[in-house]
Design a protein around this ligand. Structure first.
Ligand code: AMP
Length: 223
């Protein structure tokens, strides 16, 4: 299945995508790579590669990387063998030109998108979640200063890595990301709804409930 996870920053798309990979494996017996453009950019920055040097200041500010760079990156990623039968796109497309470019890709010579899950969350909830989000620098696990604290402050429960605040989770950047989302990404909701392939999923409840909502949206059971 070729899926797009759409939704504002902080809707939990990354966490849900990791859970969705397990669920799809159990219910369909198929591997679905979780392709997060944000994670690809962050690892390029950590590696100090030319792409990383180009995008670091953009990510720190909460603005979007230019369409062409992002489209080229995703086209290359979707051409890899593990993406032939299905994938979860998390954080792409984020603009109408990106969605139009994606529609022209033909991974595995089939339609590049089967269904779009729109993880819906209010602005108030976005600000509360991102303001308190902390991330492990080593394994990427997400924590929250109020709802899901690491057992020892600043240390990841899972791998012992350092837990830190992403530069783009700092208050000015969060505000900017939300504005960018409303202006440039939210129009994709109508774009995909008009094509009859969008399903809304309420991302407000605790994650286990959202996982159930996700399974129901795709008609998956028992996983
Ligand atoms: P995320 O981890 O999805 O919140 O993405 C983090 C940052 O990476 C965003 O704030 C953008 O700066 C950049 N980014 C990720 N995906 C895209 C995209 N599809 N188009 C442009 N910029 C992106």
């Amino acid at each position: 299945m070729k899926l797009i996870f759409l939704g504002p920053p902080g809707a939990g798309k990354g966490t849900l995508a990791s859970r969705a990979v397990e669920i799809l494996k159990l219910s369909l017996g198929e591997e679905h790579p979780h392709i997060s453009t944000g994670a690809i950019f962050r690892s390029a920055i950590a590696a100090g590669s030319p792409l990383g040097l180009k995008v670091k200041a953009i990510l720190d500010s909460g603005k979007l990387v230019d369409d062409q760079t992002t489209i080229d990156l995703v086209r290359e990623r979707l051409a890899q063998a593990d993406a032939r039968t299905g994938y979860i796109l998390d954080g792409f497309p984020r603009t109408i030109p990106q969605a139009e470019a994606l529609a022209g890709f033909s991974p595995g010579l089939t339609s590049p998108v089967d269904r779009v899950l729109n993880f819906d969350l209010s602005d108030t909830a976005v600000l509360e979640r991102l303001g308190g989000r902390r991330v492990c620098r080593t394994c990427g696990h997400n924590f929250h200063v109020v709802f899901d604290k690491p057992k020892a402050e600043g240390i990841c429960d899972h791998c012992g890595g350092e837990v830190y605040t992403r530069d783009d989770d700092k208050p000015e950047a969060v505000q900017r990301r939300l504005e960018v989302y409303r202006a440039q990404t939210a129009p994709l909701i109508d774009y995909y709804r008009a094509r009859g392939i969008l399903t809304d999923v309420d991302a407000g409840p605790p994650v286990e409930q959202v996982v159930e909502n996700f399974k129901r949206a795709l008609g998956l059971r028992g996983a």
